[in-house]
Design a protein around this ligand. Structure first.
Ligand code: N01
Length: 542
């Protein structure tokens, strides 16, 4: 059994950053990765059209000015292959691979109260002990696929967007089905439509989308960004979303309709997600939201030639951005093609899969390939897959049976020295997750340094603090429209999942201040236990 200081689970963006940081502190560090390659979601979501919906310059590491200057992004929104190349480059440039164990899935982690260390067992049978367990498991890494009657009978291929095969999948001459119209379904639709003989998109809930306005990055743009990268990073960190957009303090309801229209028009086809920030209350007030939603509906409708399709594709049943909207490149326009068909499963539900395709209440469709773009068991799915056993034999599954609870989204009472990156209770998927993971990892690193300096063997969230944080997360969510729609933000994506709001909606800047205050005040809400005696110690406030 190998002994390390820090054991990291997951070799995506977060895991690699954690490895670089902890190893840089002189810690013996190992990363376990279940897959055959590094990259996390960017390894698995290799479907046609997959690309980031955060601008490339912002969806990248900020820890190395040299890396920032060297790497040349080719497009405003990078494609999946380019992002994976970036991740591979980072792994090589910082010599990370030697401490990553691929095809090594953590099956269990058990905390030993006598030694304050975790014993981690992998699918390969290998075992490690570690003082710190850093969970970089991803928020959208546990795929979710419906089980339709007759699914096994289907003679063609079934592929999930989040488990895309490593070999190139071709669709030339094929009849293809896509089930699901979230970001994955919306991104792949126009690309597969161009290749396949026929494409049928099965839609349950029409989704809002704003245009990506993707474009190649010119040399001049690249030089301009690189000349001011620190300022750009600071703007991202100090914006609510981590995307660098300033919030307009004005209410959508306080300006005349024509002025509002002009403002929406200026942001449309330009700012991607930034569209949601044109007015500060778009996500806070239903009336304000209606103004933005109405604008988007008109824009979407104008792209769709057939009136009957327009009626079906335009989102109506939820507020804009209450569920995650998409940032698309030609999704709605794809339905103007002769080879693309919409199957509305609310109108005609899927009855069963057959040997040749899918039978709905309306008709039998024949397919060669069926793609599940049906999403993920978000936030908690991958954290609850392994058996994680804390003090007194309590499992994380049992502790979170009624929904995830944590202190500041980073630690769980009963699970000392377990550090969760971008998990529930933190801004996570409501932010540019790159900003969130780097800030959390740096915070963990400073916490570990403090522990070393003060002879502290274990740090653990206090149950009372955890209750207060969960209440605060809910309080902030109640100020928004997020709970007005069923979504993976609130556990509605999986039947039987606890219906609680998962991410922290107080923004990355506000969240960072809370973490920094906690650190400056000597970690209130955490119990720090000395390595030798068993006495709790409290580092003095900075
Ligand atoms: O998954 P989703 P996704 N029958 O959960 C439908 C990130 N991401 O993979 O809405 C029929 O959003 C479901 O219908 P409904 C991003 O954070 C980022 O698309 O539940 N349909 C929905 O339409 C994103 O939000 C990028 O009614 C069924 C779809 O499947 C997140 O990943 C790109 C069904 C699932 O949508 C997840 O996106 C891609 C059923 N039984 C993804 N079950 C970037 O650009 C589910 N659906 C970076």
């Amino acid at each position: 059994m190998d002994a390390v200081d820090v054991l990291i689970v997951g070799a995506g963006f977060a895991g690699l950053r954690a490895l670089h940081t902890f190893r840089g502190m002189g810690k013996r560090t190992v990363v376990l990765e279940a897959s055959a390659g590094i990259g996390g979601v960017w390894y698995h979501n290799a479907y046609p059209g997959a690309r980031c919906d955060v601008e490339s310059y912002d969806y990248s590491y900020s820890f190395s000015p040299e890396l920032e200057q060297e790497w040349r992004w080719s497009e405003r929104y990078a494609t999946q292959p380019e992002i994976l190349r970036y991740i591979e480059h980072v792994a090589d440039r910082f010599d990370l691979r030697r401490d990553i164990r691929l095809e090594t899935r953590m099956s269990s982690a058990v905390f030993d109260e006598a030694t304050d260390r975790w014993t981690v067992t992998a699918s390969t049978g290998q075992r490690w002990t570690a003082q710190h367990l850093v969970l970089c498991l991803g928020q959208l890494s546990s795929t979710k696929a419906p089980a339709f009657p007759g699914q096994d009978q289907f003679a063609g291929r079934i592929i999930h967007s989040g488990e895309w095969p490593r070999d190139k999948v071709g669709f030339a001459g094929e009849r293809v089905a896509i089930i699901g119209t979230g970001s994955s379904g919306m991104q792949m639709t126009p690309v597969i439509a161009r290749e396949a003989a026929h494409l049928t998109v099965f839609q349950r809930t029409p989704n809002y989308s704003v245009p990506a306005a993707n474009a190649p990055l010119t040399e001049a743009e690249d030089r301009a960004v690189k000349a001011h990268y620190p300022e750009r990073r600071a703007a991202a960190r100090n914006s609510p979303t981590g995307l660098g957009f300033k919030v307009n303090r004005v209410s959508a309801l306080d300006v005349p309709a024509e002025e509002r229209e002009t403002a929406y028009e200026a942001a449309w086809d330009r700012y991607g997600f930034g569209f949601a920030l044109v007015y500060h209350d778009i996500l806070l007030s239903k009336d304000a939201n209606d103004t933005a939603a109405d604008f988007i509906r008109r824009k979407i409708a104008a792209k769709i030639e057939k009136p009957a399709l327009r009626e079906k594709l335009v989102p109506k049943d939820h507020a804009f951005a209450a569920r995650r909207p998409s940032v698309d490149s030609g999704y709605f326009e794809a339905f103007n093609r002769n080879n693309v068909e919409l199957a509305d499963v609310r109108e005609a539900p899927i009855v069963e899969f057959t040997a040749t395709g899918i039978r709905t209440l309306a008709k039998a469709h024949a397919f060669d390939t069926i793609i599940f773009a049906t999403g993920f068991d978000a936030f908690t799915g991958s954290l609850l897959k392994p058996e994680i056993v804390g003090r007194g034999g309590i499992t994380l599954k049992r502790k979170w049976a009624a929904g995830p609870v944590s202190q500041l989204g980073v630690a769980v009472a009963g699970f000392p020295n377990m550090h969760i990156v971008a998990g529930p209770g933190s801004p996570s998927l409501l932010s540019n997750v790159m900003v969130s993971i780097e800030e959390q990892i740096d915070w963990f690193a400073r916490l570990v340094r403090t522990m070393d300096e003060r002879g502290i063997g274990a740090v653990e969230a206090e149950a009372e603090a955890e209750r207060a944080w969960v209440e605060h997360v809910n309080e902030r969510a109640r100020e928004t429209l997020y709970m007005t729609a069923d979504s993976y933000y609130n556990g509605a994506e999986v039947a039987g999942k606890p219906r609680v709001f998962m991410p922290y909606s107080g923004g990355v800047r506000g969240y960072r201040r809370i973490l920094e205050r906690c650190e400056a005040d000597g970690y209130p809400g955490f119990r720090l236990v000395a390595r030798d005696g068993r006495a709790a110690v409290r580092p003095t406030a900075a």
